[in-house]
Design a protein around this ligand. Structure first.
Ligand code: ZN
Ligand code: MN
Length: 141
């Protein structure tokens, strides 16, 4: 995200802190995650400020809203085309930048001109596997 691109969004210190957080934490945060992190620096900042800023950035195409996590909206400030891996245990979302050539049979086009695709992979992340592994160890005897 380049600051000049948000020139027509009023740049308050709170808003800049929100943008800074998004840029340096590519963890696909929810609005609440952003609020929790940024309110450490700006304790008086309201959740509405975070929410409205995220909506504005989304409107401008600088932030993508992900529907991959059914529990809550997650945001992605990396607008390059890419896919996602989601951990079904901790809901962490990882980026996948491999291109997939997915052929759709023409009778499935429904009159569309296909311009892209997005693949969501589901699994259990390394961290959760390690925790699971240590649980098994503990439950042994
Ligand atoms: Zn996990
Ligand atoms: Mn992503």
């Amino acid at each position: 995200m380049i600051l000049s691109e948000i020139a027509d969004i009023k740049q308050t210190p709170q808003r800049l802190a929100i943008i800074e957080y998004l840029e340096s934490n590519k963890v696909h945060p929810s609005a609440l995650d952003v609020y929790k992190a940024v309110s450490e620096r700006f304790p008086t900042m309201s959740f509405a400020t975070v929410y409205n800023t995220l909506e504005k950035l989304k409107e401008k195409g600088l932030l993508i809203e992900l529907s991959i996590d059914t529990g809550k909206k997650r945001f992605d400030c990396d607008t390059r085309p890419h896919h996602h891996l989601i951990c079904v245990k901790c809901r962490e979302i990882f980026d996948v930048f491999t291109d997939f050539i997915l052929e759709l049979p023409e009778d499935e086009f429904h009159g569309f001109d296909i311009i892209g695709n997005h693949v969501d992979f589901y699994g259990i992340c390394k961290k959760c596997k390690e925790i699971e592994g240590s649980d098994l160890e503990l439950n042994k005897d």
